[in-house]
Design a protein around this ligand. Structure first.
Ligand SMILES: C[S@@+](CC[C@H](N)C(=O)[O-])C[C@H]1O[C@@H](n2cnc3c(N)ncnc32)[C@H](O)[C@@H]1O
Length: 285
C-alpha cells in the first residue's frame, strides 16, 4: 500500500490543483533567501590499504567525494514569491488544520506579518524556536543559532494538539523535582533544543538544509492523527514524508528540484510512494 506521493513540480502550479479543505497538516521549510546557492557534497569513507588515515582495528581509510546536490536561494521579492503559496496553504487546509512555516531571522518578521494577514492574528498559536549549536561563532555579533517555526491554526478554537503524544525531555535539575517526575521528564516549551542532522549520521541524506527527523516527528505526532494527510510543498529530501509515514499518516511531497525528489524516493522507498512528474532512478528505489 502506498502511503503517499512525491511530486516533481513548481508548488504554485501543484497547489492550484488541490481541493479546498483537504489537508490536515502542512509543514514547509522554504528557501530562506540566504542569497547563496545551497549545496552539499557527500563524503564517503572507504577502506583502502593505501589510505591516508588509520581507523578502527588499525585499518587504513581514505575519504572520497560523492555526489553534489544544490538549489538556488536568492529572491528579489521574497514575500511576493512566498505569499501566494501561503494563501494556497490556507485554502487547502481542513477547518481544524494547521500550518507550520520554518524560516530564519532574515525573513521571519516579514513572514509573520503576511501570515497574520492570511490566517488572521488570532490564528497565530506559537513561534517555536529551534535552537541548535553548530558551526562558526561570530566575534562581531551574537552568533545566530536558531530558526523560527510559526504555527498557525485555521481555527484557533478547534485544532489538533495531541498533548499525550508529546515526547518528554529531561529536567535540567532532576534532583529538585522528585524521582517520579524526574523519571517521566517534562513537556518541552516553545524553545526546542535539537542538534542539526549529524554530518556522518545515518539520517544524513546529503541534501543541503535537510532538517532533523526528531523535529518533524514531534510536529506530526502532536498536530495530526493517524490516516490524516500531511503535506510539505518545499519537501527537499522528504523529511516530512518520513515523519508522516513512520507515524501512519499519508503524505504529499512536492519539490521543483529533480535531485530532491530522487533523494526523497530513496528515503521513502519502503512506503511505496507514487512518483508524479518524474521517473524514479531505478538505482535508488
Ligand atoms: C530548505 S529546502 C527543504 C529541506 C527539507 N525540509 C528537508 O528536510 O530536506 C527547500 C526546498 O524547496 C524547494 N523549492 C524551492 N522553490 C520551489 C518551488 N517553487 N516549488 C517547489 N519546490 C521548491 C527547493 O528545491 C528545496 O529542495
Amino acid at each position: 500500500m502506498s502511503y503517499g506521493s512525491i511530486n516533481l513540480a513548481d508548488n504554485i502550479e501543484f497547489l492550484s490543483g488541490i481541493s479546498n479543505d483537504s489537508v490536515n497538516l502542512i509543514y514547509i521549510d522554504p528557501p530562506f533567501n540566504t542569497g547563496a546557492k545551497q549545496s552539499m557534497t557527500s563524503l564517503k569513507t572507504i577502506r583502502d590499504e593505501k589510505g591516508d588515515r588509520t581507523g578502527f582495528g588499525g585499518n587504513r581509510y581514505r575519504t572520497e567525494r560523492g555526489e553534489s546536490r544544490s538549489y538556488l536561494d536568492t529572491f528579489d521579492d521574497y514575500i511576493g514569491y512566498l505569499a501566494p503559496r501561503l494563501e494556497e496553504a490556507h485554502r487547502i487546509l481542513t477547518a481544524d488544520g494547521s500550518l507550520f512555516l520554518h524560516i530564519d531571522y532574515r525573513e521571519s518578521h516579514y513572514c509573520k506579518i503576511v501570515l497574520d494577514q492570511i490566517f488572521g492574528r488570532d490564528s497565530f498559536m506559537n513561534e517555536i524556536i529551534w535552537s541548535y549549536d553548530y558551526g562558526g561563532r561570530s566575534k562581531r555579533k551574537w552568533p545566530a543559532k536558531h530558526d523560527s517555526i510559526f504555527w498557525y491554526a485555521v481555527d484557533p478554537k478547534n485544532y489538533t494538539f495531541n498533548f499525550d503524544a508529546i515526547d518528554r525531555i529531561p529536567y535540567l535539575a532532576p534532583s529538585l523535582v522528585g524521582k517520579e517526575k524526574a523519571a517521566r521528564g517534562k513537556i518541552p516549551t516553545d524553545v526546542w533544543w535539537q542538534t542539526i542532522v549529524p554530518t556522518n549520521g545515518k539520517e544524513r541524506t546529503g541534501y543541503p538544509t535537510q532538517k532533523p527527523l526528531a523535529i518533524l516527528e514531534r510536529i506530526v505526532k502532536v498536530h495530526s492523527n493517524a490516516d490524516e494527510m500531511v503535506m510539505d510543498f518545499f519537501a527537499g529530501s522528504g523529511t516530512t514524508g518520513v515523519a508522516a509515514a513512520k507515524n501512519e499518516r499519508f503524505f504529499t511531497l512536492v519539490d521543483a528540484n529533480p535531485e530532491a525528489v530522487q533523494v526523497a524516493v530513496k528515503r521513502l522507498a519502503k512506503y511505496s510512494p507514487e512518483c508524479v512528474g518524474f521517473t524514479p532512478d531505478s538505482r535508488l528505489a
